[in-house]
Write a protein that binds this ligand. Structure first.
Ligand code: AMP
Length: 369
C-alpha cells in the first residue's frame, strides 16, 4: 500500500494536555516543520513555554474545543484521563490519534484487561468489584495477596490498596466507598522478578516500529530509573515485542503506545501485561538521547503520516527521573559528559512531582556507574 501523504510543512498539530509530555512532543514537532497548538485547562503548564499557540479551556467547553479543532490539522493527547467525550466530539471535526477506542480501552482497567486477554495476552487474574460483597467474593476467587485498584483515573499508585492479609480489607472497603469515578478491580498479586516496558509505534499503513524494552525500577509507585538494555534474555525481548505488536494492531492504533509488563520466572508464561498507555511514556524518555529517533519524534511522524523512523540505539543508557527535590541535583549532572539534562520548567517543587529527568549514556556493554 502506498504511504499516505504526510501533512505539509507548517501544518499545526493540536495537543490536548499541557504537561511535560506535551512539552517534549512540541519540541520534537518543530524540527519536522510542524507547529503545535496546546489545549489545556491550566494557564501555566510546561508545554505552554514551547508551543506556537495555545487555548486555555476546560475539556468539556465545546465552543473552545471547536475553535481548537478549527486551528489544527490533526489532534493528539498526552494523557489517558482526557474525557472520552472530548475525543468523541473532536473526532467529528478533525483526525484524532490515537483513536477513541484505544483511549477508552486504556482508560478503564477492566475494559483494558478484557481486551488484552481477548488478543491472547496474559494479565494478572482479575475481577470487577462494584461493592463490598463483590470484594469479599473476589478475594475468595483470587486469594491473597491481591491489589484493589480504581478502574479509572488512577496513576502512579494512586487509587490502589494492597491487600496482603484480611486486616487490610477495611482499607480496601474505604477505597470502594471513596471512589467517585467508577467500580474497582481486584487483581491477583504477581510475584515478578522485574518490570519492563515496550515503546511501540504504529502508522496508518499498519507499519510498526518497536524500541527494545527498558527495565524499570519504581520508588513510591513512581518510575525512578529505566535501564537499557534490560536484564532479560533475548527471547523475552522478542516475546515482548510480539505481544506489543498484537496489542497495538488490534486497536487500529496510530502513534506511540507504552506497554508495561511484569517478567516472572514462576508464572506459566514469563510475560504478563500490567497496563497499556495510549501516549508517549515516561519509560521511553531514554530514546531522546540514546536513539537516532526519539519516541516523541516517532509519535509526531506516525500522526502526521510521515514514514516511521529507525528505533536503533547507539548507546546503553540509564534514565533517572528527577522527582520533587531531586531537581536540585540537576546542576550536579551538568559537568558529567555523559549526562543529558531535561527539565520541565515547573515553577513549584512538590513531593512526588515529576520535575525532569537525566539520560546517562554509556558505550555498549560498559558497566553503569
Ligand atoms: P499500576 O498503577 O497498575 O501501573 O501499578 C503501579 C505499580 O504497582 C506497578 O508498576 C507494580 O510495581 C505494582 N503492581 C501493580 N499491579 C500489580 C500486580 N497485579 N501484582 C504485583 N504488583 C503490581
Amino acid at each position: 500500500m502506498a504511504h499516505q501523504q504526510a501533512l505539509p510543512t507548517n501544518s499545526t498539530i493540536g495537543i490536548l494536555g499541557g504537561g511535560q509530555l506535551a512539552r517534549m512532543l512540541s519540541l520534537a514537532a518543530t524540527p519536522l516543520g510542524y507547529k503545535t497548538c496546546i489545549y489545556c485547562p491550566e494557564d501555566n503548564g510546561p508545554a505552554l513555554d514551547v508551543c506556537h499557540s495555545n487555548i486555555v479551556g476546560a475539556y468539556d467547553d465545546e465552543q473552545k474545543l471547536r475553535a481548537f479543532a478549527n486551528k489544527v490539522d490533526v489532534i493528539t493527547y498526552e494523557f489517558e484521563n482526557i474525557p472520552a467525550a472530548t475525543i468523541a466530539y473532536l473526532d467529528g471535526l478533525v483526525n484524532v490519534h490515537p483513536n477513541l477506542i484505544s483511549l477508552q480501552t486504556a482508560q478503564d482497567r477492566l475494559v483494558e484487561k478484557d481486551y488484552l486477554n481477548k488478543v491472547g495476552t496474559q494479565t494478572a487474574p482479575y475481577a470487577n468489584v462494584a461493592n463490598k460483597a463483590d470484594l469479599d467474593a473476589a478475594i475468595i476467587q483470587l486469594g491473597l495477596p491481591a491489589i484493589l485498584k480504581t478502574r479509572t483515573m488512577g496513576y502512579d499508585g494512586k487509587g490502589q490498596v494492597v491487600i496482603k492479609t484480611p486486616n487490610d480489607v477495611a482499607e480496601a472497603y474505604k477505597l470502594i466507598e471513596d471512589n467517585i469515578f467508577a467500580d474497582c478491580i481486584l487483581e491477583g498479586f504477581i510475584d515478578f522478578d522485574l518490570e519492563i516496558s515496550v515503546i511501540i509505534a504504529r502508522d496508518v499503513n499498519d507499519n510498526v516500529a518497536i524500541y527494545e524494552p527498558s527495565e524499570n525500577d519504581h520508588k513510591n509507585h513512581i518510575l525512578d530509573i529505566s535501564t537499557i538494555p534490560a536484564n532479560v534474555a533475548p527471547f523475552i525481548k522478542d516475546q515482548a515485542a510480539a505481544l506489543a505488536t498484537n496489542i497495538i494492531k488490534g486497536l487500529d492504533y496510530v502513534g506511540i503506545m507504552g506497554v508495561e509488563l511484569f517478567v516472572s520466572s514462576i508464572a506459566n508464561n514469563p510475560l504478563i501485561v500490567n497496563e497499556i498507555a495510549p501516549r508517549v511514556h515516561n519509560s521511553g524518555h531514554w530514546t531522546q538521547d540514546a536513539c537516532y529517533i526519539s519516541q516523541f519524534e516517532q509519535h509526531i511522524r506516525a500522526i502526521t503520516n510521515m514514514p516511521l523512523g529507525t528505533t536503533k540505539r547507539h548507546s546503553d543508557v540509564v534514565m533517572k527521573n528527577l522527582i520533587g527535590d531531586d531537581v536540585n541535583k540537576a546542576a550536579d549532572y551538568a559537568s558529567q559528559e555523559n549526562a543529558h539534562i531535561h527539565l520541565y520548567g515547573k515553577a513549584d517543587i512538590k513531593p512526588g512531582r515529576k520535575m525532569g529527568h537525566i539520560n546517562l549514556l554509556y558505550p555498549f556493554g560498559q558497566p553503569k556507574g
